[in-house]
Design a protein around this ligand. Structure first.
Ligand SMILES: NC(=O)C1=CN([C@@H]2O[C@H](COP(=O)(O)OP(=O)(O)OC[C@H]3O[C@@H](n4cnc5c(N)ncnc54)[C@H](OP(=O)(O)O)[C@@H]3O)[C@@H](O)[C@H]2O)C=CC1
Ligand SMILES: O=C(CO)COP(=O)(O)O
Length: 332
């Protein structure tokens, strides 16, 4: 397996960390980044100061701005934001050989189409099998070689196992799965609930409220996933509960941090505008609501987050709205 070539696309925190993962697993790795400064720094200093400050990328791997060069590989990993994934895959289409698997590492749902990342692979790269990587894992922790366990899901279970075997190392433990819908909905929705949890913390509403919000958010995530055909057990795993626990409690999470800023009363536009850190939940909230409405699913927390982000609702009104909803039985 040592001859396996891996092309990683995305010069941000996650793309860089995943290139390191594949290199640690013994693969021959080329990372593509669109920013020539990132390519140059990776090649010369072996660092990515903008996205992984203070981390030396050891073992080293190749870096390029040439899409075709990175696409000449046996496994491709797409690690750009969810809303940029279709554009990347479209650009890659001319360069990817038939049958080469594409592992998408973004956590989100596409705006305008409500498409999951695997659906985008199928549309833009027909004949190349799609897989997704998700689960509790901060790029910084992964790059530092701290222990992490994630889910690799593909409709073809053998492919999920082959990809897991290609990436495993003593600090990176992938679990194979076939429920691509459940893994993707969990990974996308946990970001929205992390924003909500951050708002609770930033507003000073207390640890009890944060725990209640997280549990009800988890119920919400499960409702949407099941409506889309996911298996309930998937939500209990790394890509559902595991990632929700991480992202809804840790200030390392950009989504949780965005929520804290909103809860503290800082303007949403300043927290999400140009130069702000990526928080995928800010894109996912409204898409998830759209999907939920189409499938007859109620997502009150996601609805509140979407309304607060859009400036249609104040934090206090959102909290009051959630606390005064009609009483219902738990578990529904
Ligand atoms: N960071 C983490 O801990 C984890 C992140 N993820 C997921 O990975 C995805 C990427 O996140 P992350 O790497 O952290 O984000 P970053 O903000 O760290 O980096 C984003 C990268 O994507 C590049 N990019 C943005 N738009 C495009 C485009 N249209 N074409 C090509 N490249 C583009 C950026 O390039 P430029 O600098 O030129 O703008 C940058 O290199 C997200 O979906 C996130 O949820 C998943 C697990 C962990
Ligand atoms: O997905 C992640 C951890 O699993 C990263 O979370 P943030 O994007 O909120 O930083």
């Amino acid at each position: 397996m040592s001859g396996i070539r891996v092309g990683v696309f995305g010069g941000g925190a996650w793309g860089t960390a995943l290139a390191l993962v594949a290199a640690r697993a013994g693969r021959t790795v080329t990372l593509w980044a669109r920013d020539p400064d990132v390519v140059a720094e990776l090649g010369s200093a072996g660092t990515n100061a903008k996205f992984l400050p203070g981390i030396r990328l050891d073992p080293r791997f190749g870096a390029t701005g040439d899409l075709a060069a990175a696409a000449a590989a046996d496994i491709l990993i797409a690690a750009v934001p969810a809303q940029a994934t279709r554009g990347l895959l479209r650009d890659l289409a001319a360069h990817v050989r038939p049958g080469v698997p594409v592992l998408v590492a973004a956590k989100g749902i596409e705006r305008g189409t409500d498409a999951l990342m695997t659906e985008i692979v199928a549309a833009e790269l027909p004949g190349r099998p799609a897989a997704v990587l998700s689960g509790p894992s901060f790029a910084d922790d992964v790059a530092r070689g701290l222990p992490t366990a994630l889910t690799v899901a593909a409709a073809d279970g053998d492919l999920a196992e082959r990809l897991s075997a290609a990436l495993v190392s003593p600090s990176f433990r992938p679990y194979a799965a076939t429920d691509v819908v459940g893994v993707q909905v969990g990974g996308a929705l946990k970001n929205v609930i992390a924003i909500a949890s951050g708002i609770v913390v930033g507003r000073g509403l207390g640890a009890s409220a944060q725990a209640a919000l997280t549990a009800r958010g988890f119920a919400e995530l499960g409702r949407l996933a099941r409506a889309l055909g996911a298996e309930p057990e998937t939500l209990m795993g790394l890509s559902g509960l595991g990632d929700l626990v991480l992202s809804a409690t840790s200030r390392q999470s950009r989504n949780f941090s965005l929520g804290i800023g909103i809860g503290e009363g800082r303007p949403v536009a300043a927290l999400t505008g140009t130069g702000a850190k990526l928080a995928e939940g800010a894109f996912t909230a409204s898409v998830a609501l759209d999907l939920a409405q189409r499938h007859g699913v109620d997502l009150p927390i996601t609805g509140a987050v979407a309304a607060v982000l859009a400036g249609r609702l104040s934090v206090d009104a959102a909290v009051e709205g959630l606390m005064t909803r009609p009483l219902r039985r738990e578990g529904t």
